[in-house]
Write a protein that binds this ligand. Structure first.
Ligand SMILES: NC(=O)c1ccc[n+]([C@@H]2O[C@H](COP(=O)([O-])OP(=O)(O)OC[C@H]3O[C@@H](n4cnc5c(N)ncnc54)[C@H](OP(=O)(O)O)[C@@H]3O)[C@@H](O)[C@H]2O)c1
Length: 287
């Protein structure tokens, strides 16, 4: 069940539990947005309820749900594959493939757990990605595809230009292309912008209204920079392949402005590091 879509009252499972004959219920964490606690209903039925067990672990498990309900925004993860020197493509925009097939399967799993995947317009144009979930197991549905495209610069013949794709564009964009995109089934959400650049908080509010609870941003560096600069990223998954790319013109992982002074650095906590084959995966939460 998608808990995000139920109103602020105890979900149907409370009634099911209350009527099931179960005598003891263990609750990890409470839904912060419920006005009436399901726990009270169960207790009134004479069911023994113990709450707050493995709270930290449970919080991690439903982090996207908690943010969605309390902040009315999707949980945002930036995921990207890069060389050891932090480049996500070569100077000629060649990025296929930086990481190993096993790491790409891991990416697929992340896609399977996400409601939506976002890429910037340049990545859509250069890589022409499918942005689908392609593992046989575990079963998962395709996420919503989102293109961040302030000026509607995306070409209309890409593979992802079809029903199920959302484009986030600046309010002042439009023209003939908008009609072609809409005729192909693409939904265009126009938002206020500053010289074509949309505020990431506005993007997340718009995606909340589309019932998107978790967003995976796969690149490129400008799309990632938009969310890191705006303080709108919750976690990172950086996959480092044991290669070097180099060069001033090759895009690094974090584009746009970045930070000016070290005291404004973005700190990452709860770091988890592991290997997939020869690739090194670094995951963490943004403080
Ligand atoms: N290694 C990996 O995992 C990986 C993953 C993805 C991409 N890549 C690589 O990354 C490179 C592309 O990166 P990039 O930084 O050049 O481009 P990008 O981030 O893919 O796209 C840039 C475009 O996104 C739009 N955009 C970004 N921020 C926006 C905002 N706040 N509001 C509105 N629109 C916004 C703009 O589109 P408009 O021009 O329409 O305004 C901008 O031109 C490619 O070489 C690609 O292969 C690598």
């Amino acid at each position: 069940m998608n808990h995000a879509l139920i109103p602020a009252r105890p979900p149907p499972c409370t009634k099911k539990l209350a009527d099931s004959g179960i005598t003891r219920v263990v609750v990890g964490i409470k839904d912060p947005s419920l006005q009436v606690s399901g726990i009270d209903i169960l207790k009134k039925k004479g069911i023994e309820v113990k709450s707050g067990l493995l709270k930290k672990e449970c919080r991690k498990l439903v982090k996207d749900f908690l943010k969605y309900r309390s902040q009315k925004k999707p949980y945002v993860t930036v995921k990207t594959a890069m060389s050891l020197d932090g480049k996500i493509a070569t100077r000629s925009n060649n990025s296929r493939w930086i990481s190993s097939p096993a790491s790409r399967d891991y990416t697929m799993r992340l896609r399977g757990e996400s409601d939506a995947i976002m890429v910037g317009a340049t990545t859509a144009r250069i890589d022409n990605p499918l942005l689908t979930y392609r593992l046989e197991k575990p079963h998962a549905r395709d996420p919503v595809r989102v293109i961040l495209d302030g000026n509607l610069s995306v070409s209309t013949d890409l593979d992802i230009i079809k029903k199920g794709t959302l484009i986030i564009a600046a309010r002042e964009s439009g023209g003939e292309k908008e009609k072609i995109l809409k005729d192909k089934g693409v939904k265009i959400i126009k938002l206020p912008s500053e010289r074509g650049k949309v505020n990431p908080a506005d993007i997340l509010s718009a995606l909340y209204r589309e019932n998107i609870m978790s967003l995976l941003i796969e690149g490129g560096s400008s799309a990632i920079g938009t969310f890191l600069d705006g303080g709108e990223t919750d976690s990172i998954v950086f996959i480092y392949a044991p290669i070097l790319i180099g060069g001033n013109k090759a895009p690094g992982v974090y584009g746009r402005k970045g930070i000016k002074n070290l005291e404004d650095k973005i700190n990452i906590s709860n770091i988890n590091i592991f290997k997939i084959g020869e690739d090194i995966v670094v995951e963490g939460d943004i403080i």
